[in-house]
Design a protein around this ligand. Structure first.
Ligand SMILES: *Cc1c(COP(=O)(O)O)cnc(C)c1O
Length: 376
């Protein structure tokens, strides 16, 4: 960043498009090299370039981490090997027996790990569905408030600022999983959250070709604890994967805008369709959930799609459809799922950047196939 004017902070889109450039003073390479070396030569006994061993610190990862901190309006970031390792890293700094208030409608993998921790007495969870319940559940006993907003897949939103205020009054730390909205639509640290986690596998990377995670904080004290645990246990992001995330991030803003545009049109289409019972969409981003009137038609609908791919995951340039019941949320018992509205008639779409008319035609055809069987 040596050739940028000091007195003006660039806007988010400029920061994004400039990620990782102009870092190589030795050659002037616009795009920084990928540093594969796991170890670093010391200039002299007792000296270090700042890099010693790649588990501790790697120049390519550092470039990504600076970018992640910047786009989330944080001070420090850690790039991890997956979203799950970011979540584990963030929670592992809390003491044994810590009490956590968490969104009930969580990413299935987060719920699985939370549940395992609870069984071992590592953490205790109080799950809540709405913002009102979350505010009500926070007390002096609470150590951590863990938020997904919007939730996955029910798209329930909470006001981070309101929750953070109540949490801080009670001495609790606020963690937000910002995978769905990304800093384009929501910067939790500016709203009072203490720690942001991401599955960078999703929108941040955006191309379904890299598994990655991120933890971003404002406070040095939190960062030091996270860094100590990171260096001790080693769930770091590889140099090549760090490069891929940087490459993806450059177009984050464009991809999010297009996903929102496409999703808005698809929501309008789905809301008017006779086979659709309800549509869950917040108005921002590419994630849509919808419930069908006849759940038995779900296999036919899914099998009839050809532009939209039936696959897990989300946030890529290509549209995917997921059936949470048997895929992302299969580890949550059916009764628990049903208790908070994650019913077996729900399908989840991750809308990409294709031409929206192709996506709508695809859904039209698949939903029509689903209705055909009615006459049998
Ligand atoms: C996918 C996902 C995770 C887990 O991330 P991985 O990169 O798959 O380990 C966590 N939270 C949310 C909201 C996700 O969508």
């Amino acid at each position: 960043m040596h050739n940028q004017t000091e007195n003006k902070t660039p806007k988010l889109d400029t920061i994004l498009s400039h990620i990782g450039i102009n870092h190589d003073e030795a050659t002037g390479a616009l795009i920084s090299p990928i540093h594969f070396s796991t170890t670093y030569q010391h200039p002299e006994f007792g000296q270090s370039t700042g890099y010693d061993y790649t588990r501790t610190k790697n120049p390519t990862r550092t470039n990504l981490e600076e970018a992640l901190a910047s786009i989330e309006s944080g001070q420090f970031a850690i790039a991890t090997s997956s979203g799950m390792s970011a979540i584990v890293l963030a929670l592992d700094i809390f003491p044994v027996g810590a009490k956590i208030v968490a969104s009930r409608d969580l990413y299935g993998g987060s719920f699985r790990w939370f549940n395992d921790q609870e069984k071992r007495g590592r953490f205790f969870f109080d799950y809540v569905v709405t913002e009102k319940d979350m505010l009500g559940a926070i007390s002096k006993e609470t150590d951590v408030v863990y938020i997904e907003t919007p939730t996955n897949p029910l798209m329930i939103e909470v006001d981070i600022a309101k929750v953070a205020k109540k949490a801080h009054e009670n001495g609790a730390t606020v963690i937000v999983d910002n995978t769905f909205y990304t800093p384009i639509y929501q910067q939790p640290l500016t709203l009072g959250a203490d720690i942001v986690v991401h599955s960078a596998t999703k929108y941040l990377s955006g191309h379904n070709d890299v598994l990655a995670g991120a933890v971003i904080v404002k406070e040095a004290a939190l960062y030091e604890q996270l860094l100590y645990n990171l260096n001790t246990t080693g769930p770091v992001l590889s140099p090549f994967d760090s490069y891929l995330v940087m490459r993806g991030l450059k177009t984050l803003s464009l991809r999010m805008q297009r996903a929102t545009q496409n999703a808005t049109e698809i929501v309008n289409f789905l809301r008017q369709h006779a086979a659709v019972k309800s549509v869950l969409y917040t108005g921002l981003g590419g994630m849509i959930s919808f419930k069908v009137k006849d759940q038995s038609k779900i296999p036919t609908i899914i099998n009839s799609l050809s532009v939209i791919t039936f696959a897990e995951s989300l946030g890529g340039v290509e549209s995917l459809i997921t059936y949470p019941t048997t895929q992302t949320h299969a580890d949550i018992p059916q009764a628990v799922r049903a208790s908070y509205g994650l019913t077996d008639d729900l399908l989840r779409l991750s809308i990409g950047i294709e031409d929206v008319s192709d996506l709508i035609d695809d859904l039209k055809l698949a939903l029509a196939e689903g209705e055909k069987n009615d006459e049998v």
